[in-house]
Design a protein around this ligand. Sequence first.
Ligand code: G3P
Ligand code: CA
Length: 226
Amino acid sequence: MLKIGHRGARGYEPENTLLSFQKALDLGVDGIELDVHLSADGVLVVIHDETVDRTTDGKGLVADLTLEQLQHFRTNKNQIIPNLKEVLDLVNRRCFVNIELKGKGTTKPAVEMIQDYITNKNWSYSDFIVSSFGWEMLSETAELNPKIPIAVLTETTIEDALAFAKKIKAKAINPDFQLLKTDTTSKLQKAGFQVFPWTVNEVEDIKTIQNYGVDGIISDFPDRIQ
Ligand code: G3P
Ligand code: CA
């Protein structure tokens, strides 16, 4: 049962910051999940929302701001918005990295960065997984490089996610955990996919989901996954 830290270890530190990713590593995660958008000058930055308003002391759309402008803002605990490279260098292959493509235009630069880390920095394809609710970005990922492991995110329908995962030869299906019923996980696994539900935070829910035999759990509190 893989432990995957959601936005790092969001239950303990400000989400999607180096502090949060370090905390997840300290808690012994197998993987971290993070969200990426593109800055105005084309850099992949790690932030969940389209704007900086909720998580930092700044205001504005990420896509309208350069990396330099974005990194002037501060989150709680005085952290910056990291770029993806900074996070990968912190992780340094100590766990796998689930890159969730959020923002428009993130697919190509993310694929290129993954390829660069594999070719030049001794990372492996198994150190990465690319996911998205924007399934067209997953098709594009598969077209650009079919070796990159892909997880199909869904918050609405397992059936459609399964059909799409087959189509693009994904590795995993990552559903909202509330979509899972007793027999869903084994059905998806028999079809050849791993199952990584999110965001499972309450101990009771973690137990229920573990009993379904999922391959891993994405949680703000990854240390609660035994
Ligand atoms: O990748 C799973 C989960 O992070 C998807 O939802 O809104 O937390 O990015 P969200
Ligand atoms: Ca996410």
